[in-house]
Design a protein around this ligand. Structure first.
Ligand code: GLY
Length: 390
């Protein structure tokens, strides 16, 4: 590695050198946006895009998942959702990869009157925020999705909650970033942030190599808390939240579903190539990556109650991902008390949705020192003792 050294870091005064820890869609997106104005190097403990970015379902659900108490997060999600079409187009031009932004929207299915009452209760709050959501009768729902079960109560329609193919997104960001000059080091785990004189001066790899940098971005997803070199309270409070997922194979010419579909207990995300992603469990089991009969049964049963015809489909793939969950389920975006260190982690269920706003706002912050209003509520300081946050 030509850009690493075992000596005390020597920093170039002209082009800022930026080290990013984590080559998922968050780290790669920031790297892409920084490229051209900085010398950017990204390090990952495994393969680029192989963590939560690979495991996700790619839903851009800013509206239908909106819950009371998450008003700031909902605003951030809506902001990012609005950036998505231009982001996808720019990425296509830069990488040649179509991330397949599908615009059918999302349906939240009510099988029973009880499901409907629950959805309508939440809808009252969501309407208060002017979120674009519409209740559909059973007949209108079935007109949109003819393969739904015989007895349904209706569905909530979220016309702006779309989806992208998250695996293509990770690939596109990698290609775009590298084409713009970003250097990506895979299977080079970072041990700690190199802190000297009160500032981040680079990173230290597991093998002891010191990589000098003017600024460091911590974007290691569920692994962010394990990066050393920081006082305990400045390690981001992020933990892995296990999700089991499976993929069924539909006939791409005659798919069983076209919208993203939430059913009680699961969601289904149809891809253009006929894959049908079925997710996901939410489990507090650390980095356990076991696929369990119970996990699969729960997802398949929930999906089957909504679309019985899935029982004919082949199971193509099963996998486990680890969402980076923060203490309040919202991301951690911003500077911390250590000068030159920036946090972009804790995206929990919303990494794909929040990719554009995270990339744009973090690049602005890292290069220009500007905290955009959109990310202001999401600084690490909300988790710090009052004194340290000042
Ligand atoms: N965003 C979907 C999930 O976390 O399962």
């Amino acid at each position: 590695m030509s850009d690493t050294s075992r000596t005390t870091p020597q920093i170039s005064a002209e082009t800022p050198q930026i080290a990013i820890i984590g080559a998922g869609i968050v780290g790669l997106g920031i790297a892409w946006r920084l490229a051209g104005r900085a010398s950017v190097t990204v390090f990952d403990r495994g393969k680029a895009g192989a963590g939560a970015s690979h495991a996700a379902a790619g839903m851009l659900a800013a509206c239908c998942e909106a819950e009371p108490g998450e008003e700031a997060l909902i605003a951030l999600g809506r902001d990012s959702q609005a950036r998505w079409p231009a982001f996808a187009e720019e990425l296509l031009r830069a990488s040649g990869v179509d991330v397949e932004l599908r615009r059918e929207g999302t349906l939240v299915l009510a099988l029973t009157a009880d499901d409907q009452a629950q959805i309508e209760h939440l809808l009252e709050f969501q309407r208060g925020l002017n979120l674009p959501l519409e209740w559909l009768s059973a007949a209108s729902t079935r007109a949109r999705e003819p393969h739904l079960a015989g007895k349904i109560a209706g569905a909530l329609y979220a016309p702006e909650d779309h989806q992208v193919d998250n695996r293509k997104l990770a690939l596109a960001l990698r290609i775009a970033a590298e084409a713009a000059g970003v250097v990506i080091h895979e299977e080079r785990p970072v041990k700690e942030i190199f802190v000297q004189g009160g500032g981040a001066r680079g990173i230290v790899l597991e093998d002891g190599t010191i990589v000098p940098a003017d600024r460091v971005v911590l974007a290691a997803g569920a692994w962010s808390r394990g990066i050393g070199g920081l006082p305990p309270d400045q390690r981001p409070p992020v933990r892995p939240i296990k999700g089991q997922v499976l993929c069924l194979r539909m006939d791409a010419a005659a798919p069983l579903l076209s919208h993203v579909l939430w059913v009680p207990g699961a969601y289904l995300v149809p891809r253009r190539d006929g894959r049908l992603i079925l997710g996901a469990t939410v489990e507090e089991r650390g980095f356990d990556d076991t696929i369990t009969a119970g996990g699969m049964l729960t997802l398949l049963d929930a999906a089957w109650r909504a679309i019985p015809a899935i029982e004919e489909l082949q199971i193509e793939e099963t996998w486990v991902g680890h969402r980076p969950g923060s203490r309040d389920d919202a991301p951690i975006l911003g500077p911390g008390p250590i000068e030159g260190l920036f946090y972009a982690t804790g995206h929990h269920r919303n990494g794909v949705l929040l990719a554009p706003v995270t990339a744009d706002a973090m690049a602005r912050l890292v290069l220009d020192g500007v905290v955009e209003p959109a990310i202001k509520p999401f600084g690490l300081e909300r988790f710090l003792p009052a004194q340290a946050a000042e």
